[in-house]
Every structure is written in C-alpha cells, then in structure tokens.
Unconditional design. Structure first.
Length: 388
C-alpha cells in the first residue's frame, strides 16, 4: 500500500485551486540531471495539499534535462545550461518528456495520487477550439481529483523552445492558471523570491515581500540572468505574474527548497514574494467571455433550463434547448436567451449551431447516438458560462 503523508495540522487553506510551477533548477538541484529526491519531495507536497482539500495542477519543467541525462549527452551548452542548437533541444525534449512523466507518475502513485500529462503550446491557447479543449480537459481532470502535469510541447513547437521570453514554463503556468480559474499560482524556484536587485551581484539587495502593482521599478528589479539549467529567469516569472494577476489570480514566487512550502503558501503564510491580483477573478472571466470573444449567435432555452442556469448553477444541457440562431461553431461564444428574448447568460459552446439543432430537446446520453460522436454532455458547461 502507498505510504500517505498526512496533511500538516497547522493553518487551514486560504487558496483552494492552486497551480504549482516547478522549475528545472529545482528539479535538478543545479546538476545536469533530474534529482529523484527533489522530485519525490515535490510529489509528497502536492499530494499532501490535494488531500488537505485543494485542487492542484502542476506545470513541470525538466524534459530537456531528462533527455540529456538519458542519453548521457555532452553537446556544447549555452550559458543557461541548454544545448545551443534547436534540433538538439527538440530531440532531447522528445526523449526526456516520457522519462519526466514516468518519474512523476511513479512518485505520485506512491502517494496514492493519479496524474495525467497535458502538453500545451501557446498556439493551442490562442486558438478558440484549442482553448476550449484545453480548459475542458483540465477542468475535467480537476473534477475527477486527478493532478494534471502540464508542460510545453517542446518537440513540435519552435517558438516555445527557442530563445524567447514568451516560450517558457513560467508564462505557460500563468496561462494555465487563467485557464482553470486558479486562486493561486505558486512559482517555485531556487531563489527566495523577487529582490530589489540581483542578490548574486548586489550584496545590498533585499527581498520584496509584496507587490501590489507591477510597475517599471519591479520590472527593472527582475532583470538578471536566467537559471543555469533553465530558460526562465526572474524576468519571465514577473511577466507571468503580471498575466495572472490581471486575471484575478494571486501569485507567489518562492524557494521550492523551503520545508512544506506548498502547503504553507496555500495556507496564506508569507513566504517569498506575493503579487496581489489587480482584478477580480470572476469579473475577469466575465469580461473575457463578454468582451474578448464576440458573440456569434444565440441559443434559446426553455423555462426549466433558465431556472437551472440562473438559480442552480447548472450547465446547459440539450434537453432544455429550444433552438439556435446564427452560424456559430464549436468553441464560439453565444448568448443564451429565454423564449421571450431576454438575455440569461453568455458562454462558449461545445457544439455548433447545426449540431445543437440536431440534439436539442434530447437527453445528454443520446448526443453520440444522434451525431455519431460527442464533445461532452453539455451544450455549454457551467465553467464556460457567465450569467448576465
């Protein structure tokens, strides 16, 4: 039987849905290969947090380091510890990704925790269908009490693996935090947090405990060298914090080597640097659905569906749909209206207008029978819907 570690008895959780990003330097302890003890310690912390009642998604670096270790590769490295040429880095990522996931799977299995791999690129999240698929998949895993382990799809995506501050797991973790409506993004590294200057160069540098707004002074403080074994320096972490806080997510950058750091931060303890959200999370999600994506049509619902949406927080099922107007496709945003034409909600649909017309009025378990396939039992899932 797995040896389960009990949740710490101190401090109840403040944040319930947490994205934990772990960097290469933390997982390798500054060496050329993944460190099993460092990974095991992180698996224990994440599994313990989940047992304490939190929903957790991990964003894990380390695929290239795993590939290099697997091959015993001795290619010429850059100053940040990564191979110089892109094809080599992609090859190492291809070799190492399965190794990285295998290690995580085994470590979490010892904790009685099921994990799932999710490989994403920024292009996936920019595309409306890719965004919807990624969101539905990650939320589905969360609902099933599975810890999703997310990484960039370095093997096929040039911009994610090339020398670009856009292509790194810090920024990916911010996208994931927004994707799953996280309460907290915890970025773990091998440094205590954001300092007023680079502490490796300036002995007078001081730790910045809290950041209410990311201004030019904060950006300047974050500039410095990237980690010796990773592609993301403090600048990319602050960039990620800016993305996440604008969507209403709390962000903490902390030293992953601190004892029990994951639970302690999730319980609200002041460790590292805390970036305060600059917008309300629910309101940010509402603005995204109502403004960023333009409505492409309308779905008309009956009184029962209207009550379920308005008062019970339910998803929109085909049984309550009376009609669809517009030439919208799966992933588009539509208005959900009553028979009198009153706006009830706005949401991203799982089916096109033509598909909805075919299944409207039917039980959800008949979708596959009618269409020959299905993308879920809901026309609009409650996680992709906001009331008007």
């Amino acid at each position: 039987m797995p040896e389960h570690h009990s949740p710490p008895s101190h401090n109840p959780l403040v944040y319930r849905r947490v994205v934990v990003k772990v960097g290469t330097n933390l997982l390798t302890r500054g060496t050329q290969r993944l460190d099993p003890e460092a990974m095991a310690a992180m698996a224990v912390q994440v599994a313990t947090l989940r047992r304490a009642g939190a929903q957790v998604v991990m964003v894990s670096s380390g695929a290239i380091a795993a590939g290099r270790s697997r091959l015993g590769d001795a290619t010429e490295l850059r100053t940040d510890g990564e191979p110089r040429d892109l094809p080599t880095r992609q090859a190492l990522a291809a070799i190492g990704q399965s190794r990285l996931m295998s290690m995580w799977d085994g470590l979490f299995e010892m904790e009685g925790t099921i994990v799932a791999q999710a490989l994403l690129t920024r292009r996936d999240l920019a595309d409306r269908l890719g965004y919807l698929n990624a969101r539905n998949t990650l939320l589905g895993l969360i609902e099933r009490d599975v810890v999703a382990i997310v990484n960039e799809n370095d093997v096929v995506s040039i911009e994610e693996i090339a020398d670009s501050v856009i292509g790194d797991n810090d920024n990916l973790s911010a996208e994931v935090a927004n994707l799953v409506d996280a309460d907290l993004l915890l970025i773990l590294t091998d440094i205590e947090g954001l300092y007023s200057a680079d502490p490796r160069r300036d002995p007078n540098a001081t730790l910045i405990r809290e950041v209410a707004r990311i201004d030019d002074a904060i950006v300047i403080s974050a500039r410095g060298k990237a980690g010796e074994r990773g592609t993301g320096g403090m600048a990319t972490k602050v960039q990620a914090a800016q993305v996440a806080t604008q969507a209403g997510v709390h962000v903490v950058i902390a030293d992953g080597r601190v004892e029990d750091v994951v639970h302690r931060v999730a319980a609200g303890e002041a460790i590292g640097t805390h970036f305060l959200p600059t917008a309300d999370r629910v309101e940010s999600r509402r603005r995204y659905l109502l403004s960023r994506l333009q409505s492409r049509g309308r779905v008309i619902v009956d009184d029962g569906a209207a009550r379920a949406l308005t008062y019970e927080g339910k998803s929109l099922l085909p049984a309550g749909v009376l009609g669809a107007e517009g030439d919208f496709q799966r992933g588009d945003v539509v208005r959900i209206v009553t028979t009198a034409g009153a706006d009830l909600a706005s949401g991203s649909v799982n089916y096109s207008a033509a598909e909805i017309v075919q299944v409207m009025g039917q039980r959800s378990d008949r979708i596959a029978e009618v269409l020959g396939y299905e993308y879920g039992e809901e026309i609009v899932h409650r996680n992709n819907l906001v009331l008007l």
